[in-house]
Every structure is written in structure tokens, then in C-alpha cells.
Design a protein. Structure first.
Length: 125
């Protein structure tokens, strides 16, 4: 298991996992992030990433504005939209990734995606 910045990695990996990293890269560096991951991933490799996203129609405004989080917590960060992620991957990954098929399915509303959090009735925050 490696806990390194993707910019410091070299070699070839069977699996890559990124958990809430692309928000910190900022909008200007999404292409660099995905290009680097594409180069690091072995031809038979698998990549999983988890990220916070913002609605597509809010993305342009969000990337231009500096809010509390961008000013004091994560300077230079940007929460991406799903479309921004897909477009960045399309621009920067030099091999045809499985995601391209999924992207088409989502665009045509043939595929969907859901995350569930289940709690028992007595659960409280």
C-alpha cells in the first residue's frame, strides 16, 4: 500500500485508488491527474476513485468563486462535476477506458448510479 502523491509515483500498477483527491487538485490540474493515473495504470489495471461532486449547472460558477473552503482550508481546490470529470478523462487518458462505455450509458440515461446509507430507526447523528 502506498500513500504518496500521484505526481511522485512511477512504474506500473495493477490497481489505483484515489479517495477525495481530485477535489484538492483543482480544476486546472484535472487533466494532469487523469493523464498521470492513465500512465501509471497497467494495461489490465483497475482504478477506483471516490470524490465529492457538484451539479453540472453549478460547476462553472463554483470554479470561478472563492468560498470559505477555498480561501482557508483547501486553497486552489475545486469540487468537480461528473461532466467535468468525464471530459477531463476523455482529454487526458491516451487509452480507451471502460468508463467511456459507461459515460455513454449515463448520457443516454440507460445506466444510473446510486449510493445508499442505511440506518436503523434508533440511529442518531
Amino acid at each position: 500500500m502506498l500513500d504518496k502523491d500521484s505526481r511522485d509515483l512511477d512504474g506500473s500498477y495493477d490497481k489505483l485508488v484515489s479517495i477525495e483527491m481530485i477535489e484538492a487538485t483543482g480544476d486546472d490540474h484535472l487533466d494532469v491527474f487523469f493523464s498521470r493515473c492513465g500512465r501509471l495504470l497497467a494495461p489490465e489495471g483497475l482504478m477506483a476513485f471516490q470524490t465529492i461532486t457538484i451539479a453540472d449547472d453549478e460547476f462553472d460558477r463554483h470554479r470561478r468563486e472563492v468560498d470559505f473552503i477555498k480561501r482557508y482550508i483547501f486553497p486552489g481546490s475545486c469540487i468537480p462535476s461528473v461532466t467535468a470529470i468525464a471530459q477531463s478523462m476523455t482529454r487526458s487518458c491516451d487509452s480507451r477506458l471502460y468508463l467511456a462505455y459507461c459515460e455513454g450509458g449515463f448520457a443516454e440515461r440507460y445506466l444510473g448510479e446510486v449510493r445508499l446509507v442505511l440506518v436503523k430507526p434508533a440511529w442518531r447523528l
